[in-house]
Design a protein. Structure first.
Length: 419
């Protein structure tokens, strides 16, 4: 049996195709059972995220075409549309791949932590639907350990490389406890949505969403236990706001120096942290001249992100070394288990010889035969039984010119040593 991974991801296919082959949680149980049978597999787990769908298989046949055909048929897609975007990983390459994926080294955002939970979920679902066996279970446990070690022994996930997470990281450097802070987010698009999520995860005390269309602000505010206002209410809320992050499509500034200056005075110079993620800018540049205001623009954040990305790449190199060592350890352990299985069968076979000959000898002893003669006969019979098959194989190895096999016998039984 061998590991086979058949997949499609953000390296090989556009999002339009990745969406078509994604397998939802509701589909997963049926998909696992169906592919296990039709793909002629012994074990199976399915990892499906927005950036990848991977079929992680244990199989004796390595019939990649059968699996790809199943994927096309399951989603009613033309086979040709899939084939050019499919990749396969087998054996050690497959082990390395799944460990890299779980460690965030194959993600669209290098080092992103969410993927480990998604990998765990994929193996958990396989266990629930009884499509996982001893080999994938062992691989899953080794993968979790490696990913955890990468997180512990490297700093690959410590430096933010998105504008949303970097904004919140900078805020947490100014305010050590965000749970005591109030935040005002201006805009209701994708970027502000990500910022809201990061702030909520960081434990922000109070969240206000301001937008030109208040209905959009209300939808986002409800998701994060905040409240919504329209843009006209922004100056009034500045007085109670510690963190302001903006990202709108406005062609003119939404916040001017005057309104911010008045808010700072009313706050008795308690600092305000501001991030302007918009182009054109939402906050007048002159605001940065005010005391007790810390204003960052998208350009400032991109410089920080570029530096953080360089640091992540450096840490990724360390992570690759950890994974390389882990793969070798996993393979060595697997080979040891195979050797152990061979040893168990070897001992059983020879114990069976012993038990059979001993039974015969005891029966003869009960019938009064000479004990000394019986012992000699037992020793001869056991010796003949034990060396019979090896003797035949050794003769055949000589005929076939197999010095490797002859040397193996020499090493196993230490025939070259003085007795």
């Amino acid at each position: 049996m061998e590991l086979l991974i058949v997949g499609i991801n953000h390296h090989t296919a556009p999002v339009s195709l990745r969406e078509k082959v994604a397998i939802t949680p509701d589909q997963l149980g049926h998909a696992l059972q169906d592919l296990l049978t039709r793909g002629e597999l012994t074990e199976l787990a399915i990892l499906s995220t927005c950036n990848r769908t991977e079929l992680i298989c244990i199989t004796a046949h390595q019939n990649t075409n059968l699996i790809v055909e199943w994927l096309a048929d399951y989603h009613r897609l033309p086979l040709e549309e899939l084939q050019q975007s499919i990749y396969t990983k087998t054996g050690n390459e497959g082990i390395t791949h799944i460990m890299r994926v779980a460690s965030g080294l194959d993600s669209m955002v290098l080092g992103e932590p969410q993927i480990l939970g998604q990998v765990k979920d994929s193996f958990t679902h396989a266990q629930l639907h009884k499509t996982i066996g001893p080999e994938l279970y062992k691989l899953s446990q080794a993968t979790y350990q490696v990913a955890k070690r990468v997180r512990t022994d490297t700093a690959i996930g410590e430096n933010s490389i998105s504008v949303a997470s970097t904004s919140v990281t900078l805020a947490s450097q100014l305010f050590t406890d965000l749970s005591t802070c109030n935040a005002l987010l201006i805009g209701a698009g994708e970027t502000i949505e990500l910022v809201a999520r990061h702030l909520t995860n960081a434990g922000i005390n109070d969240l206000v969403i301001a937008n030109r269309t208040i209905e959009k602000a209300q939808i986002l505010a409800e998701e994060h236990n905040g409240h919504a206002i329209d843009l006209s209410g922004v100056p009034l809320h500045l007085v109670d706001t510690d963190i302001v992050i903006t990202s709108t499509a406005s062609q003119l500034p939404i916040l001017g120096k005057g309104s911010v200056e008045r808010a700072v005075k009313q706050r008795r110079h308690k600092p305000i942290f501001m991030v302007d993620l918009a182009v054109p800018r939402d906050i007048e540049p002159e605001v940065s001249d005010l005391h007790d205001v810390y204003l960052y623009t998208i350009d400032d954040l991109e410089q920080i992100i570029d530096q953080n990305l360089i640091q992540r790449v450096d840490e990724a190199a360390r992570a690759e070394t950890i994974i390389l060592e882990a793969v070798q350890e996993f393979v060595d352990d697997y080979k040891s288990l195979q050797a152990l299985d061979t040893l168990v069968r070897f001992r059983k076979k020879n114990n069976d010889f012993k038990d059979a000959e001993l039974k015969k000898a005891l029966q003869k002893l009960q019938h009064g035969e000479d004990p000394a003669q019986l012992l000699r006969s037992l020793a001869n019979q056991l010796t003949n039984k034990l060396i019979h098959t090896p003797s035949i194989q050794l003769k055949q190895a000589g005929k076939d010119r197999r010095p490797d096999l002859l040397q193996a016998i020499e090493d196993i039984f230490q025939l070259g040593e003085d007795q």
